[in-house]
Design a protein around this ligand. Structure first.
Ligand SMILES: C[S@@+](CC[C@H](N)C(=O)[O-])C[C@H]1O[C@@H](n2cnc3c(N)ncnc32)[C@H](O)[C@@H]1O
Length: 222
């Protein structure tokens, strides 16, 4: 298959997981897509994991003892980058709803402490202890039919005070989901639970003419 055909196939797969009717439908499609996910994302220029890795490099001072949760970690690309590019030596847990995506992650030499299959629901409750992570990294999982926009409140409970959440999100085209997500983050900042530390813009799918304006954000948990 030519690169152009792979690009088209990848865009079609993205549509099928994001713009489908239910999260269940999205998950069913990841089962199939997991086989080709890494190859297609590499072709289309999925740049979220790289941006998050750059932010991780800049803001996570202790690269030996920090404990990280790769949330919606999929095939483990972000974890792989922080291990290989930054020589990060701390513990990494990966959490995802999709066992096929996690299986791909498990086959890479990342050395996860825990591989957790869990579907994050509206409350954002996670099956781990509160205040047990220094960093949450999450790339590509805050879109419709993925992690609910309301989940952020519950999710950050697993961060220690002073811990960081580093995530990517699209800055355009997400409609109600995008608005709700931003409102929830703003509320957490007003309540003094989170504070914005850094952000950068990036284009998702660098090879595509119609690439999507996105951002990588770093918040500190108060
Ligand atoms: C676009 S992929 C991103 C994977 C990886 N972080 C990356 O950057 O390549 C989104 C991932 O989020 C997972 N996901 C979607 N909804 C989820 C939920 N409610 N709870 C946990 N994981 C979810 C999917 O199974 C998928 O692996």
């Amino acid at each position: 298959m030519s690169n152009q055909q792979l690009e088209e196939k990848c865009l079609e797969n993205i549509k099928r997981v994001v713009w489908c009717k239910t999260a269940e439908e999205s998950q069913n499609h990841y089962k199939v897509w997991s086989e080709q996910y890494d190859t297609e994302l590499a072709i289309i220029g999925g740049s979220g994991s790289q941006a998050a890795t750059n932010m991780f490099s800049k803001h996570v001072k202790d690269k030996i003892n920090s404990v990280v949760l790769d949330l919606g970690g999929g095939t483990g690309t972000s974890s792989l980058f922080i291990r290989n590019q930054l020589q990060f030596q701390g513990e990494i847990d990966i959490l995802d709803a999709n066992i096929e995506m996690l299986y791909k992650a498990s086959q890479k030499k990342i050395g996860f402490r825990n591989i957790i299959r869990h579907f994050v629901g509206k409350s954002g409750e996670l099956p781990v202890r509160d205040e047990s992570y220094d960093v949450i990294i999450s790339t590509g999982a805050f879109v419709p039919n993925h992690i609910p926009a309301s989940a952020i409140q519950g999710m950050i409970k697993v961060l220690r005070p002073g811990g960081l959440i580093i995530f990517t999100r699209r800055l355009e085209g997400l409609g109600d989901y995008g608005e709700e997500f931003v409102q929830n983050i703003e509320r957490l900042c007003l309540e003094n639970k989170l504070e914005l530390l850094d952000h950068m813009e990036l284009r998702h799918f660098t090879i595509q003419e119609n690439s999507i304006k996105s951002g990588c954000f770093v918040y500190i948990c108060k």
